[in-house]
Design a binder for this molecule. Structure first.
Ligand SMILES: O=C(O)c1ccccc1NCC(=O)[C@H](O)[C@H](O)COP(=O)(O)O
Length: 213
């Protein structure tokens, strides 16, 4: 079965249309203010209404408080909550209970020990997204086009559904799927011409490469 696809960091109607046309399963809306992909509530309301129920809408949060998540879930009609900060399993469980939405926990990876942390979220999160760990002084914890050593995923034992992110593009996603068997693949900067500027042709090429993999 083809891997599912998430295109993250969509902030314009034109690029949302490209994601819908390419039949990705998930679109990510970014609620982390320092990100070049951050969306305002006004904008996300318009995007959510344009998308309707044609795609699952995932909100991306970094150590956000409940008030921000509540406003985003409501305004962006979110189907899932992606936690991209240092949220511990208890926090993931609390958010799952409070909002009644699937919670995705991102695990930043640079070593085998990081992959082992996926299992800590068993019973707390619904889905694990393994992404490349960004440098300590980096402005963003994601969306930086960095890859990690995919062979580390041979040790994946969380027993949760999981996906792969970090430096994926049309050029390498087939190889990533072949090496890891990822059930879902996520990209952001790999389908951009500049940080935050998504490219419709690159989105189409990415989705096509996943389906051919
Ligand atoms: O993309 C961002 O700007 C971002 C900022 C803060 C937290 C998470 C962010 N992105 C979340 C994603 O799910 C990205 O798709 C993932 O990190 C992969 O990014 P990339 O390596 O650029 O494909």
């Amino acid at each position: 079965m083809a891997s599912r696809i998430k295109i993250c960091g969509i902030s314009t109607p034109e690029t949302l249309d490209a994601v819908l046309a390419a039949r990705a399963e998930y679109v990510g809306f970014n609620f982390f203010p320092p990100s070049p992909r951050h969306v305002s509530f006004d904008r996300v309301a318009a995007l959510a209404s344009r998308a309707g129920d044609r795609i699952s809408k995932v909100g991306v949060f970094v150590d956000a408080d409940d008030a921000l998540i509540a406003a985003a879930v409501e305004t962006g009609k979110l189907d899932a909550i992606q936690l991209h900060g240092e949220e511990v399993p208890k926090r993931a469980s609390e958010l799952k209970a409070r909002f009644g939405k699937p919670v995705w926990k991102v695990i930043p990876v640079s070593s085998a020990a990081d992959i082992a942390r996926g299992a800590d979220y068993r019973g707390a999160a619904d889905f694990i997204l393994y992404d490349a760990k960004t440098p300590k002084d980096a402005a963003l914890p994601g969306g930086m086009g960095l890859r990690f050593d995919w062979s580390l995923l041979r040790e994946e034992k969380s027993r949760l559904p999981w996906g792969l992110a970090g430096g994926l593009s049309a050029a390498n996603v087939a190889d990533a799927i072949a090496q890891t068997g990822a059930q879902m693949v996520d990209t952001s900067s790999g389908v951009e011409t500049a940080p935050g500027a998504k490219d419709g042709d690159a989105i189409a090429a990415f989705c096509s490469a996943v389906r051919k993999a």
